[in-house]
Write a protein that binds this ligand. Structure first.
Ligand code: HEC
Length: 122
């Protein structure tokens, strides 16, 4: 038992999963602003000079060329699609996973009024 108590990190963070999800989200946000926002805009609506002509560059309107699943978003990031470059080899698997999580959260927070209401105080 003394051994358990001595293990670092076991007691300090009551919700380790939540904390690591937060970290992923923050990392995903940084990657998005660095690599994606030039086309998809900082808020994900795709209204930029580079991508404004492509309706599917809007990632927050709830409409997807694909099914909007994590797997489809990951595929798009890895393979790209003209004019979007592919990020396979430029981002690590972990960075891609974090970016997918961020894109999903971005699209959900924008397109789900219930989630917005629930998030703000009454
Ligand atoms: C050079 C501009 C450019 C960059 C940089 C770019 N994209 Fe795109 N992206 C586009 C365009 C344009 C489309 C729409 C293509 C089409 O019509 O299918 C698109 C489509 C997508 C889609 C598919 C949307 C759907 O409807 O299925 C996803 C997901 C996506 N981008 C995510 C990203 C992420 C994440 C990054 C950064 C890692 C990124 N993009 C970087 C231009 C870009």
């Amino acid at each position: 038992m003394a051994l358990l108590a001595a293990l670092p990190g076991c007691r300090r963070s009551p919700l380790p999963e939540e904390a690591s999800a937060d970290r992923d989200m923050a990392a995903g946000a940084r990657i998005f602003q660095r690599k994606c926002a030039s086309c998809h805009n900082t808020n994900g609506d795709g209204r930029t000079i580079l991508a404004g002509h492509f309706p599917y560059a809007n990632l927050i309107d709830g409409r997807w060329r694909s099914d909007g699943s994590a797997a489809a978003i990951e595929r798009q990031i890895r393979r790209g699609k003209d004019p979007m470059p592919k990020f396979e080899g430029k981002l690590t698997d972990e960075e891609i996973r974090q970016t997918v999580a961020y894109v999903l959260a971005l699209s959900k927070s924008a397109s789900a009024p219930d989630a917005r209401r629930a998030a703000s105080p009454p």
